[in-house]
Design a protein around this ligand. Structure first.
Ligand code: MBD
Ligand code: FE
Length: 260
């Protein structure tokens, strides 16, 4: 049986690309070069990164368009979420001693429903980069159980993580994704950011990011992330720790999604 949704989406994509070929007078040589480039992307293992750089933000726009007005803004998941992250009893992530000058960071807040009621026992995931822009379980030398973890909200709906402040993240520039950005005259930096994912039965998953007001890339993200104003944090230090307070509002799942 033909899949109508698939047919419609693929047809629309192909028509959009054909339109670009016509509009830009693409030559056969350029067409072959594009195929060669796509092969390089695939062979380098950067396919998820490449697609996230150019398209994840659009997926998030669709999510935000369809979201309840009281729900927290969604942002890109990016390529480095791992559901195998450890459960943290006290919210304290493992960080590497090798980073002697790292700054401790607390990320905390309350998970609520759209009526403002706190939600207990909600699963919250957080992941962020090392002080030199690497992710646990992804980049060389950083084990999978470092700089990521899961907690559950307490009876008051509160969650807390402890990690260290991340830095602006440079898309690997030895690979074809960074090379393309550079050839386009664009830089390949993401602002320093913290990833959060909230999951609770009967509610829509919320995936978002927190940003730092002082970061020079917060308003020039190479991935054109959403960067919601409410999630840009001015410097707040408590007991030597950078504090980010993020209340996260999740909405009930649509009934059509419940059945699935
Ligand atoms: C990242 O760390 C990220 O969050 C995104 C969206 C893309 C590339 C690297
Ligand atoms: Fe990231």
């Amino acid at each position: 049986m033909a899949n109508n949704r698939l047919d419609q989406v693929v047809s629309t994509i192909v028509e959009a690309v054909r339109g670009a070929v016509r509009d830009e007078n693409i030559s056969f040589e350029e067409y072959r070069a594009a195929i060669g480039y796509m092969m390089k992307i695939a062979e380098s293992g950067e396919l998820p990164l490449f697609i996230d750089v150019f398209l994840n933000t659009s997926i998030v726009s669709v999510i935000n368009q369809n979201a309840h007005p009281a729900a927290s803004p969604s942002d890109m998941e990016g390529p480095y979420f791992l559901d195998s992250a450890p459960v943290l009893e006290d919210g304290k992530m493992k960080t590497m001693d090798a980073y002697a000058d790292d700054q401790p960071m607390i990320v905390r807040g309350t998970v609520k429903d759209v009526d403002g009621q706190p939600l207990a026992d909600v699963l919250v995931d957080m992941w962020n980069s090392t002080p030199d822009g690497k992710y646990g379980g992804i980049h060389e030398g950083i084990p999978v159980d470092y700089y990521r973890g899961k907690v559950r909200t307490d009876a008051q709906g509160q969650y807390q993580f402890e990690s260290t402040v991340p830095v602006a993240y440079k898309i690997p520039d030895s690979g074809p994704t960074g090379a393309l950005l550079e050839m386009m005259g664009r830089h390949s930096w993401r602002p320093a950011h913290v990833h959060l994912k909230v999951r609770h039965p009967g509610y829509r998953d919320l995936t978002t990011q927190l940003y730092f007001a002082e970061d020079e890339y917060t308003h020039s993200d190479c991935c054109e992330g959403i960067v919601p104003e409410q999630f840009i944090y001015p410097e707040l230090i408590e007991d030597g720790k950078r504090v980010l307070e993020a209340d996260l509002v999740i909405e009930p799942q649509a009934e059509s999604q419940m059945a699935a």
